[in-house]
Design a binder for this molecule. Structure first.
Ligand code: FAD
Ligand code: FES
Length: 269
């Protein structure tokens, strides 16, 4: 069996700018194992360091990551181009358990970069559209430029995904909804007894989104969120990602709300 620390060679094959501080990297990784929506890789920029980054597409030929520039490692990653080599280890962590909910309505909620984590969920569903009932994708961003993967929206809607968008600041020619992502629940028509909620975004956004799901009657055990914490090992040994009684790298990043209810929203945890 491969070591959980096995570092694979990744060759960057394409770099796609999404907006001024976000880029998509398509990486060829030798013998990359199967993975599930919601899992992440550790990307190693040689000589600089490693960062956990969600796998942002279900495609296997080129592993896709969408990266926002925030600090040292992501800055070095941003200077990389086609043909450059990075280390990739993974996939790690829990996933959005779509396989358990065939026949259910799905409400997927993404805030900003959180869509990177939800996009594989959408792709998984689009491939098996007949397995699910109504499917909503609610996406919120600070401004129109923050709405990622816009070239895919038409295809998703064509496959029966009800896509609802909102921005905080309506810049340029934006004529759509303005407000926070939870406002979009007003347009959602599902049967709460057979609905599953899945979300990723800033913690404060997820805090209010969980409240919305509970308000409309979706069970805590069917409301899933993806958490973020600083990571080092990614395999549950170093303790860096401890979140109350869980390790985000091993027990998460995807948790049901029922699992983390006592610790979710607790300051400094
Ligand atoms: C499971 C998981 C999935 C992730 N998926 C993505 C993704 O798809 N795309 C993406 O761009 N980023 C993602 N991140 C966040 C990414 O790992 C951090 O932005 C990255 O580690 C920052 O590294 P850096 O060296 O560039 O910045 P640093 O120099 O380490 O930090 C810059 C600033 O960001 C803060 N920061 C760094 N890491 C985190 C973190 N994990 N949580 C909160 N604050 C942090 C630091 O405190 C500091 O203020 C994910 C994190 C986790 C845990
Ligand atoms: S990152 Fe080491 S225990 Fe989670």
């Amino acid at each position: 069996m491969d070591s959980p620390f096995l570092l694979r060679k990744g060759v960057i094959r394409e770099v796609i700018p999404e907006n001024e501080n976000t880029k998509r990297f398509l990486i060829e990784v030798e013998e990359f194992p199967p993975f599930k929506p919601g899992q992440f890789n550790m990307l190693y920029v040689y000589g600089q360091g490693e960062v956990p980054i969600s796998i942002s597409s279900m495609r296997r030929d080129l592993v896709e990551h969408t990266v926002r520039l925030v600090g040292e490692v992501t800055e070095d990653l941003f200077s990389m181009k086609e043909g450059d080599v990075i280390g990739v280890r993974g996939p790690y962590g829990s996933h959005f358990p779509l396989e358990l909910f065939r026949g259910f309505d799905l409400v997927l909620v993404a805030g900003g970069l959180g869509l990177a984590d939800i996009k594989p969920v959408v792709e998984y569903v689009v491939e098996r559209r007949e397995d699910y009932s109504r499917v909503y994708l609610l996406v919120g961003a600070k401004n129109p430029a923050g709405l990622l993967y816009r070239e895919r929206y038409g295809e998703w809607m064509g496959k029966g995904i009800d896509l609802l968008l909102t921005v905080d600041r309506p810049e340029g020619s934006w004529e759509g909804h303005v407000g926070v992502v939870t406002d979009l629940f007003e347009f959602v028509d599902v049967d709460p007894q057979k609905t599953v909620g899945m979300m990723c975004g800033p913690e404060v956004m997820m805090y209010f989104t969980v409240r919305k799901f509970l308000e409309i009657g979706v069970e805590e055990s069917r409301t899933f969120l993806s958490m973020e914490r600083h990571m080092k090992c990614a395999v549950g040994t170093c303790g860096h990602c401890q979140f109350g009684y869980t390790f985000v790298c091993k027990d998460g990043p995807v948790f049901s709300y029922a699992r983390i209810k006592p610790i979710f929203g607790v300051k400094e945890l």
